[in-house]
Design a protein around this ligand. Structure first.
Ligand code: SF4
Length: 216
């Protein structure tokens, strides 16, 4: 099957089964989303959502967080992974937002990735969710699911996955497609053992149709 055809089938499947797909992080504005995405590195959204209400009650914006000490912020996020470095990112990142961006979240990948703790994946999430730009943030779920289905071929890095996906997914569908792949990876196409009998992609999935099926 040609790549374009495979993408068409997969997009149609998700459009039917997940017409609404959104981030599972709780946030009320772009600052809160940025903070939550930074906190979600190597951590589940569920756990991040448990610490952010009290964190945002104390530090509701970049200005208040910029004035905090790393120790103060760490107290609020100590139950999530890497609290020391993440607390430092939040304080330094907020200081930069205040100083360089007038406390606003910037809208280009270059500006976003100049913020401490913000890599390409985080920047792409912000561009996609807040600014509705056709950027594909590649996390571990997107990377794995895209490769299993066969949407990507031989991609070794998140950037290669991103480039291959954006080549075939229509621009207006990319923000949604990002969430389709994440949610599919989180609930159906699990890393250790994909639940293929609950998946409607078996007809097209490269992993499912490979000759050796012993691991399924
Ligand atoms: S068929 Fe199985 S391996 Fe393929 S996408 Fe579905 S759950 Fe994942």
């Amino acid at each position: 099957m040609k790549k374009a055809e495979l993408f068409r089938h997969v997009i149609s499947y998700f459009e039917l089964t997940r017409p609404i797909a959104e981030t599972e992080l709780n946030y009320r504005n772009s600052f809160e989303l940025l903070v939550s995405v930074i906190l979600s590195a190597q951590c589940t959204d569920k756990r991040v959502n448990m610490v952010t209400p009290s964190l945002f009650a104390k530090f509701p914006d970049a200005k208040s967080m910029a004035k905090a000490t790393v120790d103060e912020v760490r107290e609020y996020i100590k139950s999530i992974s890497y609290p020391n470095s993440k607390a430092e990112y939040l304080v330094k990142g907020s200081q930069l937002l205040v100083k360089k961006f007038n406390s606003k979240i910037p809208s280009t990948i270059e500006e976003l990735t100049s913020i401490p703790g913000v890599g390409r994946k985080t920047a792409n999430v912000i561009l996609s969710v807040i600014f509705n730009q056709p950027t594909m943030a590649v996390d571990t779920h997107v990377f794995r699911v895209a490769a299993r289905i066969g949407l990507t071929t031989g991609a070794k890095t998140p950037l290669q996955t991103e480039m291959q996906l954006v080549k075939y997914i229509p621009a207006e569908k990319i923000p949604l497609a990002h969430h389709w792949l994440i949610l599919h990876g989180r609930y159906i196409c699990l890393a250790r053992k994909p639940i293929c009998d609950k998946c409607g992609l078996t007809k097209w999935c490269k992993y499912y149709n490979q000759p050796v099926k012993a691991e399924k």
